[in-house]
Design a protein around this ligand. Structure first.
Ligand code: MTE
Length: 324
């Protein structure tokens, strides 16, 4: 993976409106719930706020309530999505070519319900949850992202895989008319990723369809992408068109590209350096403007990105240096 020092313009904070709306909306949701509980039904929020609230309806859960999300601007303008370019600013500039609607997802392999599903058939709106997760990139920067998504295990249970399904493979759209860098050979296309079935079934694993209460921006992997918060960000494959239940380990794009640098597991591990740089610390990108940005400083990277309690049992007999 190419590493480069971010330029100041990458993170320039031009507007904080979106976060204002987001945080006010949280307050609004709380107060409207309280109003409903007290029998006050005549409350009508301002038009804009209502539009924001109606973008996606979802349950808020306990996940990450104490974490302060990075700014909407940082999350949506500092991206890795090589189908649109290798610079962090390229996905925002170029991903308007992607058409996330209509969208179908093929389900294949050792599973009862195979076939091509419409996005809405697979992702039921009532199952959407908000989860605020720490995300750690292999390039030693991190963000905190308020995802909206469905726990992958809910979808897997509906599809009903057989006992032969030991792994789950994911594939990104391949269409060079929408994804212009697929005309080059910077990676083997389409982008592919995989998880062990127990990793896929872990309650933390999400198929995300939005962030900051909005439908997923194209540059973040519209309309649906994987989120595995205890693994390096490249496991979070974007714009998924195929989910396959397999008896063997599926290929993963960065592992194909540079197997000595990127393993299949890719669990966040400060004790296992990348061959070209340390993984002990990370730069938390908050996206704050002005003086506060000076404190976007290095923090210690935690084993499993801080989610050890939830996932360490998945690897209890494994040598995490060997199986990186
Ligand atoms: N998925 C596809 N299809 N193509 C990509 O280039 N980049 C990965 C991952 N998913 C990538 C992808 C990498 S390297 C990272 S760090 C995360 O997406 C970045 O997600 P974000 O831009 O939403 O922060």
């Amino acid at each position: 993976m190419i590493i480069r020092t971010p330029k100041s313009y990458d993170l320039k904070e031009t507007s904080v409106t979106k976060e204002d709306i987001y945080f006010n909306r949280r307050k609004f949701l709380k107060s409207s719930l309280a109003a409903a509980a007290s029998g006050f039904l005549g409350f009508c929020p301002s038009k804009n706020l209502q539009a924001e609230v109606q973008q996606l309806s979802y349950k808020t859960t306990k996940w990450g309530k104490t974490l302060k999300p990075s700014s909407f601007e940082a999350i949506t303008s500092y991206n890795n999505f090589y189908e649109f370019g290798t610079d962090k600013s390229d996905p925002k500039k170029n991903s308007h070519l992607l058409k996330p609607k209509p969208w179908t997802i093929e389900v294949a392999g050792h599973v009862e319900k195979t076939g091509v599903f419409d996005f809405d058939e697979l992702v039921e709106k009532k199952t959407l949850e908000e989860r605020i997760y720490r995300m750690r990139c292999v390039e030693a920067w991190s963000m905190v992202i308020p995802w909206i998504g469905v726990p992958l295990n809910k979808i897997i249970k509906k599809l009903n895989p057989s006992s032969k399904a030991k792994f789950v493979g994911f594939t990104t759209l391949k269409d060079p008319t929408q994804m212009p860098m697929q005309n080059t050979n910077i990676l083997d296309w389409p982008y592919v990723e995989g998880l062990r079935i127990d990793e896929a079934m872990n309650p933390l694993t999400l198929l995300a369809v939005g962030l900051y209460g909005k439908t997923m921006p194209n540059q973040n992997g519209a309309p649906i992408r994987l989120v595995v918060p205890w693994k390096y960000g490249f496991k979070g494959i974007k714009s998924i068109v195929k989910i396959e239940f397999l008896s063997h380990k599926p290929p993963s794009s960065w592992n194909i590209q540079a197997p000595q640098e990127y393993g299949f597991y890719s669990n966040v591990n400060p004790n296992r350096d990348h061959p070209r740089w340390s993984q002990k610390k990370e730069r938390r990108i908050t996206g704050q403007s002005g003086f506060a940005a000076l404190f976007d400083d290095k923090i210690d990277t935690l084993l499993f990105n801080g989610y050890a309690e939830e996932v360490a049992h998945l690897y209890k007999d494994m040598d995490l240096i060997k199986f990186f």
